[in-house]
Structure formats: structure tokens, C-alpha cells
Design a protein around this ligand. Structure first.
Ligand SMILES: Nc1nc2c(ncn2[C@@H]2O[C@H](COP(=O)(O)OP(=O)(O)OP(=O)(O)O)[C@@H](O)[C@H]2O)c(=O)[nH]1
Length: 159
């Protein structure tokens, strides 16, 4: 499992949310096909000094066709839901769970649920982004076309 970390919190603007081009290009560049994506804005518990508005995260998620959660590593708010959404995306991609079922939690994005075109809904092309640290992506171990990849290619990436 490979873990990468990058990006910014809700209390610190980052290129992922401030640039109209960087989020899509960086995430789509790093994300292999069949990679579920969830954007998570961390530090939701900090009420002062917010630099990233919920609408910005929602817009980014809409652009990337994925879910957006505001979460807090301190209180645990939405942490389970965000990870359950990623896991569900992996299960859908593997054919273990039918696509289009109810979501794992309450994402901020209007494209909630699992049926976003190009997102976790079809489970075949996602990646994930976090707001404290912006983005996390979890590979499902399957190459495009459903052929099982070699084990060494399985990885979890948190941007
Ligand atoms: N209040 C609050 N603090 C957090 C949260 N997540 C991380 N922190 C705190 O932020 C500090 C830095 O956390 P890390 O993510 O490990 O380190 P970092 O990437 O250098 O820090 P930041 O750039 O501030 O995100 C620590 O003191 C954490 O306790 C959160 O959701 N809420």
C-alpha cells in the first residue's frame, strides 16, 4: 500500500480549491482508471479562520464527478462516512456491490449517492481528494477492463 499526502485544510486555501485547472489536472493525472475518488475537507471543527467555503469543495467535487465531505480528524466528524464511501466505490468497481445504492453517509456534494457520472457511481473511474489535506485515492486492484492487476500494483493514495 502506497500513501501520499499533499493539499490543504479548510483553514488554508490550496491549489486544489483555488485554481480552476490544477485540481482536475493533478488528480486526473495521478489517478489510474477504476480509482474511486472522494474529496475530504479536514479541520471542519475549526470554526474561525476558514478559507475554503463548502461551496468551493462542492464545485470541485462536481467538476471531478465525485463526493465531497467536510470532516474533522479531531472530532471524527464524517471520517467514517468518507472512508466508507471510498470502500463502497472499490466494492462497486470490483462488482461486489451494485452501483447506485444508498451512500455511506451524508456528503456535502449535491451529487450525493453513488451514481455520479464519472465518479464513484460507476466505480470505474474515481480518485479522491482531501481538504486538510486534500485528496485520498484508493486503488481497487483491478485494471481497466476488469482484469486483475498484479498485487504489487494495489495501493492507497492520500494526496
Ligand atoms: N482542530 C483540528 N486539528 C487538526 C485536524 N487534523 C489535524 N489537526 C491538527 O493539525 C496539526 C497538524 O496536523 P498534521 O496534518 O499532522 O500536520 P501538517 O500537515 O503539518 O499540518 P497542517 O498543515 O496544519 O495540516 C496537528 O496539531 C493536528 O492535531 C482537525 O481535523 N481538526
Amino acid at each position: 500500500m502506497e500513501v501520499k499526502e499533499d493539499a490543504a485544510s479548510l483553514t488554508l486555501s490550496s491549489p486544489y480549491t483555488t485554481s480552476p485547472t490544477t485540481p482536475s489536472s493533478s488528480i486526473s493525472t495521478m489517478r489510474p482508471p477504476a480509482l474511486p475518488v472522494v474529496i475530504i475537507g479536514n479541520k471542519r471543527d475549526i470554526q474561525h479562520g476558514r478559507e475554503v467555503m463548502p461551496e468551493e469543495g462542492q464545485r470541485l467535487a462536481q467538476r471531478l464527478g465525485c463526493e465531497f465531505y467536510e470532516a474533522s480528524a479531531k472530532t471524527g466528524y464524517n471520517v467514517d462516512q468518507a472512508f466508507k464511501t471510498v470502500v463502497r466505490g472499490i466494492r462497486v468497481a470490483k462488482g461486489l456491490t451494485p452501483a447506485g445504492g444508498s451512500g455511506a453517509g451524508t456528503p456535502m456534494s449535491p451529487n450525493s449517492g453513488m451514481s455520479t457520472p464519472g465518479g464513484i457511481g460507476n466505480g470505474m473511474n474515481g480518485s479522491a481528494a482531501m481538504g486538510n489535506h486534500g485528496a485520498g485515492a484508493v486503488g481497487n486492484g483491478y485494471a481497466a477492463g476488469g482484469k486483475k492487476r498484479e498485487k504489487r500494483h494495489k495501493r492507497c493514495t492520500i494526496l
